[in-house]
Structure formats: structure tokens, C-alpha cells
Design a protein around this ligand. Structure first.
Ligand code: CO8
Length: 257
């Protein structure tokens, strides 16, 4: 199987594992990944997810070029739709998703990382949207999410040139939030996931929903949504427990409601 899911104490680690093809996404891998995302979204015991690539060299080196080569326009649309469904499922998941980028994150791989809530990189990671070199555009959200994540200046440069950038450059432009030595990346990503998993699941979901909508709504509508999600937190027991625990100088014990 090209996708593995390991659950441990509220944290799931999802590994895209086709190292012989640098974890390129073919239809089968996309379908397995989508199935994994949907399964995890329905599993309330999983409160944070880490996404990484199998092998030593790559997170995901893009969509599978060998498979894409002979697609018709209609087949290419179906391929792109599947990719978009996966990105939407990750964005819409109740838990935070952390991309642990352990090597090449190119094309669909960079776009997959962009669908995650937080991106961490290993020092050897490389990012890029090389599609222009194949005479196609990004097709898995890259033209839209990259602009919203790093701004039009860097997004234009990356998409129009097809050049790869290093992890330190990705950090400088805000594409990732931290860079670690390769052998520490998964440890750091899992540590962060555990930290997020310990928060109130209902508040995490509400924050994620509001942040996601910030990419889609105009400011007035977004600020209205924030009032709704903020006040909604006061409908469940976690808010009282969180504030009581703070006042009593003890860790909170959340119900996730
Ligand atoms: N697709 C298929 N096979 C791949 C891919 C890929 N994207 N990337 C690497 N491979 C394969 C190679 O063909 C090679 O296979 P083999 O050993 O059988 O020859 C193996 O992986 C190892 O690769 P290399 O020998 O090339 O390794 P190098 O270290 O020399 O180079 C690179 C690594 C720089 C990553 C190089 O492999 C490369 O440039 N790969 C292609 C990267 C790319 O262009 N990605 C974008 C693809 S287009 C895309 O993602 C569009 C997304 C839109 C829709 C998505 C819907 C889900």
C-alpha cells in the first residue's frame, strides 16, 4: 500500500510511501490518501495529523508524470478533481494537519503541503511548482493557495519560473514555519502534533474553520464569522474548563465539546 496511517495516543502519522517514484501521486495513491483523510476526519480519537513522505529523498515529487502524460483533457480534469477533493478534505478536516516536508515537495507535493494547516521542513527539503516546465499549470490548488500563503510576488516567481527553492528560502518567504535537521523533523512534527492534540478539540475545529474561511470571505463576512465561532465556544464545557484550569494553575481536562 502506498499510504500508511499510524495512530498513537491521539496523533496519526500519514506516510505517502512510493519511494521508487519519489512518492509521486498516481490515481491509486491519490485515492488511498483521500480515503485516509476521510477516515481520519471521522475518527474523533485522532486530534492531530502529521503528513510525510516515505524514503530518504522526498515528501511528494508531484503528480505521477508517467500516468499524466497520455491523459485527455477530460481525464486530466478528473485527475485534478481528485487532487482538489483531497486538498479540500484536508482543509476541511476537524483536526490540524501538519506537513513534515522531508525532501522534494514539487508540483502536487507542494500543493499537498499547502493544503495542510502548518508546514515544517527538513534542511534538505526542496519546494517548487515545476509544472511550467512540463507545459502545464499547477492543477491541485497551487495557483490559488500559493498566492494566499506567500503572496503574489513569490507565487508568480515560483509558478512562472518553475524553479525549486531550498528549505531556508521557503522559511524566509513564509512557506514553512520551521526548518529542522532531517533526522529531527518527524520528532519535531510529532511533538507539535501532540501539543495541538492536547488542546480543546472543539476550539481547534472552530479556529481551523475561521482561519480557512479567512482565505475565502471578504473582511466584513470573516469578522462576522469570528464573532459566531468565538461565542459558540461558550456553549460547551471546554471553555469553562480551560479558563478554570488557568485560574487554578493546573492543566485543563477537556471533553472536546
Ligand atoms: N512522476 C513520476 N515519476 C517520478 C516523479 C513524478 N512526478 N518524480 C520522480 N519520479 C521518478 C523518476 O522518474 C525516477 O524513476 P526511475 O528510477 O524509474 O527512472 C525516480 O522517481 C527517481 O527520480 P530521479 O532519478 O529523477 O531522481 P533525482 O534525484 O535525479 O531528481 C527530482 C529528483 C528533481 C525530484 C526529479 O525526479 C524531478 O524533477 N521529478 C519531477 C518533479 C515534477 O516535475 N513534479 C511536478 C509534476 S506535475 C504536477 O505535480 C501537477 C499536479 C497537478 C494535478 C495533481 C492532482 C493530484
Amino acid at each position: 500500500m502506498a499510504v500508511h496511517v499510524n495512530r498513537d495516543d491521539g496523533v496519526a502519522v500519514v506516510t505517502v510511501d512510493r519511494p521508487d517514484a519519489l512518492n509521486a501521486l498516481n490515481t491509486e495513491t491519490n485515492a488511498l490518501l483521500l480515503e485516509a483523510v476521510r477516515g481520519l476526519s471521522e475518527d474523533a480519537s485522532v486530534r492531530a495529523v502529521v503528513l510525510t513522505g516515505g524514503g530518504e529523498k522526498s515528501f511528494v515529487a508531484g503528480a505521477d508524470i508517467a500516468e499524466m502524460k497520455d491523459l485527455s483533457a477530460d481525464e486530466a480534469r478528473a485527475f485534478s478533481v481528485l487532487g482538489h477533493q483531497m486538498a479540500d478534505a484536508i482543509e476541511g478536516a476537524p483536526q490540524p494537519w501538519i506537513a513534515a516536508v522531508n525532501g522534494f515537495a514539487l508540483g502536487g507535493g507542494c500543493e499537498l503541503a499547502l493544503a495542510c494547516d502548518i508546514r515544517l521542513a527538513a534542511e534538505n527539503a526542496k519546494f517548487g511548482q515545476p509544472e511550467i516546465g512540463l507545459a502545464i499549470t499547477p492543477g491541485f490548488g497551487g495557483t490559488q493557495r500559493l498566492v494566499r500563503t506567500v503572496g503574489p510576488s513569490w507565487a508568480n516567481f515560483l509558478v512562472l519560473s518553475g524553479r525549486h527553492i531550498r528549505a531556508d528560502e521557503a522559511l524566509a518567504i513564509g512557506l514553512v514555519t520551521a526548518v529542522y535537521p532531517k533526522d529531527r523533523l518527524l520528532h519535531e512534527a510529532t511533538k507539535l502534533a501532540r501539543e495541538l492534540a492536547a488542546k480543546s478539540a472543539i476550539a481547534m475545529r472552530a479556529c481551523k474553520q475561521a482561519l480557512r474561511q479567512a482565505q475565502r470571505l471578504d473582511l466584513t463576512s470573516g469578522l462576522r464569522l469570528e464573532k459566531d465561532v468565538f461565542s459558540g465556544c461558550f456553549d460547551g464545557p471546554d471553555q469553562l474548563e480551560g479558563m478554570t484550569a488557568f485560574m487554578e494553575k493546573r492543566p485543563p481536562d477537556y471533553e472536546g465539546r
